[in-house]
Design a protein around this ligand. Structure first.
Ligand code: HEC
Length: 97
């Protein structure tokens, strides 16, 4: 029983340290405190580093998203909702190169 008393605060600490982006830094993202940026970071930073929106032109991002949806499905992660996709794409459109 005593073990759990140490374990619980430790878990809390780990969870808060990880935040909502799986521990990956969002410091490089434009407008990083916006809901769109955090949706982007959540969805696009769980398998690899969060790519900077400036990496590609919007047309390339448009093609990338369906490819990533396949990876998401392959790993049995929850599919992106239409709202999430719209939010992420509008974010990428705004900040793409
Ligand atoms: C389920 C895991 C997973 C998620 C979630 C994911 N990706 Fe990926 N991504 C991959 C894998 C695996 C590769 C490498 C193979 C490939 O290119 O398909 C990759 C490659 C990439 C690449 C090309 C390589 C590079 O670094 O330039 C980009 C760009 C990218 N992902 C963007 C995104 C974006 C944007 C999202 C959010 C919509 C996203 N990814 C979400 C798994 C994921």
């Amino acid at each position: 029983m005593r073990k759990y008393l140490y374990f619980l605060p430790l878990m809390g600490l780990m969870l808060s340290a990880c935040g909502t982006t799986g521990g990956r830094s969002t410091a490089h993202l434009p407008d990083r405190n916006s809901p769109a940026a955090s949706a982007y970071a959540n969805r696009c930073g769980s398998c690899h580093a969060i790519p900077h929106p400036k990496r590609y032109r919007y047309e390339v991002w448009l093609r990338t998203l369906p490819l990533m949806e396949k990876h998401i499905a392959n790993r049995n992660m929850g599919a992106m909702s239409m709202d999430e996709q719209v939010l992420i794409l509008s974010y990428l459109k705004q900040y793409a190169r």
